[in-house]
Write a protein that binds this ligand. Structure first.
Ligand code: HEC
Length: 117
């Protein structure tokens, strides 16, 4: 009979496609999408976490848990830096988390002369 053989072929093809997709998927793992609140931070820390003004730290590639904790410390005043407190005043926990993930996922690219004019 022809029908069962065709069926087998179809199943094999589909199984191969599914396996191939599974193998490829990690390579396509998307970086975090741009946080809605990134505009609040970019003037000083840059969109990619490279500082734009003197005195602001680079955030690119920093540890996620460190960024999260630092942001909470500014918000609740344990880090009492008016500049940063003003910047994150209206930002929710979910937004802080999104921002921390974003900056943590960026690649640090420090110019070789940074900090040594
Ligand atoms: C007006 C400039 C300015 C804006 C806007 C700003 N920051 Fe900052 N940020 C600073 C400065 C200056 C510091 C260093 C403060 C200190 O001495 O603790 C800092 C520190 C930080 C730190 C701590 C880094 C570390 O190594 O401890 C984090 C995290 C951070 N900012 C994230 C953000 C995020 C997220 C936003 C947007 C919601 C933001 N900042 C907006 C200027 C700014």
């Amino acid at each position: 009979m022809v029908q069962p053989r065709r069926h087998t072929w179809l199943v094999r093809t589909l199984a191969t496609a599914v396996l191939a997709w599974g193998a490829l998927a990690p390579a396509h793992a998307a970086p975090p999408s741009k946080p809605a609140r990134l505009g609040l931070c970019a003037a000083c820390h840059g969109e990619t976490g490279m500082a734009q003004i003197p005195g602001a730290p680079n955030l690119a590639g920093q540890k996620l848990d460190y960024l999260r904790e630092a942001l909470k410390q500014y918000r609740d005043g344990r880090r009492n830096v008016p500049l940063m407190r003003a910047a994150i005043g209206p930002v929710s926990d979910a937004d802080l988390d999104e921002l921390a993930r974003w900056y943590s996922a960026q690649t640090l690219s420090v110019p070789s002369n940074q900090g040594n004019p």
